[in-house]
Design a protein around this ligand. Structure first.
Ligand SMILES: [Zn+2]
Length: 447
């Protein structure tokens, strides 16, 4: 059972006292003010203004998975939320729960998806075990905590979990980010890390001589993301920081053509033998470069003209910066990594299989199997919309229930005929994706 963080005793004491003093509006107002301060102080009751970075190795194969703790680090500041601490932004394919060790109270939760779980759906995972790096940022606890990390299958069942204790005074917690400041500049700064969502943009495959190009590319990515609704309406809730991470070689590795480069994050195409899938396994290397910068979300721009990219919820977006579709793709991938949106496209021959079972409602907000449509966009659907909505309609409804999405032509439905999460020629996110992104922005920033 989820225990929410309860209000501290002084808050309830003050409120009760105030209510007893009828007709004294001023005192009630003072009481309300103190009450809101007490709520804001909940973070400080459990955490300091630092980050606990937790590195795990997720390993195994389709039959059996394991989680191992790799390393703990302390980063100099905390850029994440200081409210909604025990709530999940989305269900996700994995979850982290932090409990105060003494009382067992849940004091922080977050969710994520992983490249490892995508790999588990490939044929390769039937015959071999592999290990993948995964790194998460948690607020730094004042006292000892138990951290439970769990992975879930496509049906939402926990497949493996690990619970470990962290003593915040442990001398082996690696103190990072106190020197060696990475060259970086704010592209847009609307407020403090506490008030805003902090997005870092890193360069992959840019040499020292190409860093000016990187800054231009980062500026384009930022401006383009913020030109889409609902990011546009909430742009004052974001900070974007360009980090000049330098590579020895120019470009990125393309194993399908026998090309390997020496780049800072060792990213490559042909992930899972898929031509256009560009990812990196060097997740710790990404986080090491930005240890001194307040950050919550990561975008990596790859210095290549080849088409490709990938975005993993609460992990990172990686996309190519010099293909003609760079701008729509970076927005699409950020839809995955920031808001946990699903792909609304489908192919007959996708490398993934069984990603979304037809008899389970997926947790992603922009696709449905109609198993539990009420928790999706049924409330947004105009009257008399046919389900499924005819896909060849000359004037497609803005919101419908179109069959095809989530890598399947059958059994999975998407909200709109077209959307930024479906094709590169869509000019907007569909209304359902817009609502999902808006909810995420508000989850992180509404206090
Ligand atoms: Zn959509």
């Amino acid at each position: 059972m989820l225990k929410r963080i309860v209000a501290m005793p002084p808050k309830s004491y003050l409120c009760r006292k105030c209510i007893d003093m009828k007709n004294n509006i001023i005192i009630v107002l003072v009481c309300l003010l103190l009450s809101s301060i007490a709520t804001a102080q909940e973070f400080n009751d459990f955490f300091s203004d630092k980050t606990l970075r937790v590195d795990y190795i997720f390993s195994g194969n389709q039959d059996k998975q394991y989680i191992s703790l790799d390393e703990l680090s302390q980063l100099p500041s905390w850029a994440g939320r200081r409210h909604n601490l025990s709530d999940l932004p989305l269900k996700g394919n994995g979850e982290i729960e932090m409990k105060d060790k003494k009382t067992g109270t849940i004091i922080y939760r977050t969710s994520f998806s992983t490249l490892f779980q995508e790999w588990l759906t490939t044929d390769e995972a039937k015959s071999i075990s592999k290990g993948f790096e995964n790194t998460y940022l948690l607020p730094y606890p004042l006292l000892a905590v138990d951290i439970k990390v769990s992975l879930k299958d496509s049906r939402g069942n926990v497949t493996t979990s690990l619970t470990h204790t962290v003593d915040p005074t442990d001398i082996l917690i690696h103190k990072r980010g106190t020197d060696d400041i990475a060259p970086h500049r704010y592209i847009i700064k609307n407020g403090t890390p506490e008030d805003c969502i902090d997005v870092v943009i890193l360069g992959e495959g840019y040499t020292k001589n190409e860093l000016d190009t990187f800054y231009i590319d980062a500026q384009k990515a930022c401006e383009n993301i913020l030109s889409y609704e609902p990011f546009k309406s909430f742009k004052n809730k974001f900070n974007f920081i360009a980090v000049a991470s330098e590579s020895k070689d120019s470009g990125v590795s393309t194993p399908g053509k026998g090309i390997w480069k020496n780049t800072i994050f060792n990213s490559h195409f042909n992930t899972f033998y898929s031509d256009r899938y560009l990812t990196t396994r060097q997740v710790k290397a990404i986080h090491n470069v930005i240890a001194d910068i307040p950050y919550e979300h990561i975008i990596i721009l790859a210095n290549t003209k080849k088409y490709g990219g990938g975005g993993i919820y609460n992990s990172f977006t990686l996309t190519t910066a010099h293909h003609e579709s760079f701008l729509p793709v970076v927005v699409h991938e950020f839809g995955h990594s920031f808001a946990g949106l699903a792909d609304e496209y489908f192919y007959e021959q996708d490398v993934f299989s069984d990603t979304y079972p037809f008899d389970v409602e997926p947790w992603e907000q922009n696709i449905t199997t109609l198993v539990n449509f009420e928790e999706k966009w049924k409330d947004m659907l105009p009257d008399n919309i046919p389900i499924p909505t005819a896909p060849n309609s000359k004037e497609p409804y803005k919101i419908g229930v179109y069959e095809g999405g989530g890598y399947s032509a059958k059994g999975i439905y998407r909200p709109a005929f077209n959307c930024r999460m479906r094709t590169n020629n869509a000019t907007t996110f569909c209304p359902v994706c817009q609502r999902a992104i808006k909810r995420m922005i508000k989850f992180y920033t509404d206090k």
